[in-house]
Write a protein that binds this ligand. Structure first.
Ligand SMILES: NC(=O)c1ccc[n+]([C@@H]2O[C@H](COP(=O)([O-])OP(=O)(O)OC[C@H]3O[C@@H](n4cnc5c(N)ncnc54)[C@H](OP(=O)(O)O)[C@@H]3O)[C@@H](O)[C@H]2O)c1
Length: 328
């Protein structure tokens, strides 16, 4: 597996990383045995970065990852996340950091992350998430710096709020974050306008999430696909959203046909490779729930890069659809 550097001072990480949300819960039924198999398959294929969070099953994902890593000998970089203290999600512009990320709260939360991950030092601690209301007084990130000096954290990051990803640009320029975690996919291409160039300018590491648009960009869901109620996607793709997405996915499939590449690349391959086509991207964390998905997504890393002409053509799929939460 090819590697890239995760920020100027960070480690070399695999181009494909492991997205650990679904193995924690909230995505319908998920057996720990499938999650464990997915993790081992990904690690066997050279994945050395795993992303998780407190919010993924209230620590279930973190604990499962720790139990798998106990049986492994290679060095694996684990990125986790601390959510804000109770309040609106995502934090509103009226939230005060004193109420959501106080020093006492952050310290206690980091201790909990260390326990769940069964480690003395967190490789990357990301705030999950942020509001630009705190940009001019970013005290929570200074608390994380102290925790780094105390040896509890290595790298510091912020996972962007979907509705305002660019809010982290000031933090990058101010040298407050080593890494940002962003949405960047065939539909959501906005980060190329400023965020990715600033990452290059500042040497900030970039972790790309949701490169498969929560699975839709694999092309496996029909326009009338229904997710179980226990899967958050029953809300995310509520109403006519799945049929609108499916139309757009078909347009991407027909581009692949036009370029004569449908035999060589699956839609999932193209989606992951599209995100990796930007040199500012350090790793793409694909969600993997079982052995087969881990096998397919790590195989993608072996494929040749997409031709430049195809990438240029795929820019037309940029889709300003806003943020989809519950309801229609
Ligand atoms: N705010 C945040 O910080 C935030 C938010 C979202 C995600 N993340 C991180 O980013 C990671 C990736 O995002 P994600 O997991 O939400 O979504 P994703 O990677 O866009 O999609 C994952 C889904 O795609 C399907 N899939 C994956 N590989 C496949 C393959 N090769 N062939 C067919 N289907 C495949 C599976 O769907 P089925 O379940 O239908 O099989 C899987 O659950 C997360 O796991 C998490 O670590 C962070």
């Amino acid at each position: 597996m090819e590697t890239r550097r995760l920020s100027v001072h960070g480690p070399l990480v695999s181009e494909i990383g492991f997205g650990g949300w679904a193995i924690g819960g909230g995505w319908g039924d998920q057996a720990d045995a499938d999650s464990t198999a997915a993790l081992h398959t990904a690690l066997d294929a050279g994945v050395n970065l795993i992303d998780t969070a407190q919010g993924y099953g209230d620590g279930r994902s973190e604990r499962l990852i720790a139990s798998v890593l106990k049986d492994r000998t290679e060095q694996v970089f684990v990125a986790t996340k601390t959510p804000p203290d109770v309040g609106p999600w995502p934090p509103s512009p009226y939230c005060r950091w004193q109420d959501r990320y106080s020093a006492a709260y952050l310290r206690e939360n980091v201790e909990q992350r260390l326990r769940n991950l069964n480690t003395d030092c967190i490789d990357l601690l990301q705030l999950h998430t942020w509001t630009r209301a705190w940009n001019d007084d970013p005290q929570p990130l200074l608390v994380l710096r102290q925790l780094r000096e105390e040896g509890k954290i290595n790298l510091i990051g912020v996972s962007t709020p979907e509705q305002d990803q660019s809010c982290v640009i000031q933090l990058m320029r101010d040298g407050l974050v080593d890494v940002v975690q962003i949405i960047f996919n065939l539909f959501h291409q906005e980060p190329v306008s400023q965020l990715l160039p600033v990452a290059a300018e500042t040497g900030t590491g970039v972790i790309v999430r949701v490169a498969l648009d929560e699975g839709a960009l694999t092309g496996k869901y029909s326009p009338d696909h229904c997710f179980p109620e226990t899967d958050f996607r029953s809300q995310y793709f509520a109403g006519d959203r799945m049929s609108r997405v499916a139309d757009r996915v078909e347009a991407i499939r027909s581009d692949l046909d036009d370029f004569g590449l449908a035999e060589q690349y699956s839609l999932a391959d193209v989606s992951l490779k599209f995100a990796l086509s930007r040199p500012e991207v350090s790793t793409v964390i694909a969600g993997m729930r079982n052995h087969d998905q881990a096998k397919m997504n790590t195989r993608t890393a072996q494929l040749r890069d997409l031709p430049d002409e195809l990438i240029d053509h795929l820019h037309r799929h940029n889709w300003l659809r806003g943020v989809w939460y519950g309801g229609k």
